[in-house]
Design a protein around this ligand. Structure first.
Ligand code: 5GP
Length: 178
């Protein structure tokens, strides 16, 4: 399945299911090594990161928990800039080691917002894992510890990511065909 149509747009495969699986395993291995001996709370960012978070978390061998927070800022195929309210911070994160699990980092505005929330909550340490990064549009200087794939500055769907709600179940990542 190299091309898919979602609503009015055509997409072609950019990253295969096998490549994603291999990369997720590598990242899990790295996190297991880097955080050995620590208790870790994974914080998945809904909705897009649910698939990456599930695949990654099942490979984690640390004493760990997972929680999810939600925010919405993206409608259609261009970032609106305005970031809505963050909901779901129920856990006490004081002095905890956190791994933020993101689907995609574009400008980094979302990531910055989340990291600020974590700093307010007096966490011990924050590491960031993102499946995808658009280096050409990333403007923040928050270091990203684990990056699945760097991709062009174009709209993608699949592996949890949607186009107007659709396409999340695709096991590969697809890029918009102009
Ligand atoms: P940022 O705040 O880094 O600019 O944008 C991050 C959020 O925008 C992501 O969590 C995701 O929801 C959305 N986003 C950015 N680029 C894409 C993309 O190419 N495809 C989809 N489906 N969402 C994107």
């Amino acid at each position: 399945m190299n091309e898919v149509r979602i609503l009015d747009k055509k997409f072609r495969e950019l990253i295969s299911e096998q490549a994603i699986r291999k990369r997720v395993d590598e990242i899990a291995l790295q996190i297991n090594r880097d955080l050995t001996g620590n208790e870790v709370i994974f914080v998945g960012i809904l909705n897009g990161a649910f698939m990456f978070a599930a695949d990654l978390f099942r490979k984690i061998k640390l004493t760990s928990r997972i929680t999810f927070v939600k925010l919405a800022s993206y409608q259609g195929i261009s970032s609106s800039g305005a970031i809505k309210e963050l909901i779901g911070w129920n856990e006490d994160l004081t002095d905890k080691n956190i791994v933020v699990v993101e689907d995609i980092v574009d400008t980094g505005a979302t990531l910055e917002r989340i990291v600020n929330e974590l700093v307010i909550r007096n966490v011990a340490e924050v590491k960031i894992a993102t499946m995808l990064l658009k280096p050409a549009s990333y403007t923040r200087d928050i270091p990203i510890d684990y990056i699945g794939f760097e991709i062009p500055n174009k709209f993608v769907v699949g592996y949890g990511l949607d186009y107007n709600g659709y396409g999340r179940s695709l096991p590969s990542v697809y890029i918009l065909v102009p």
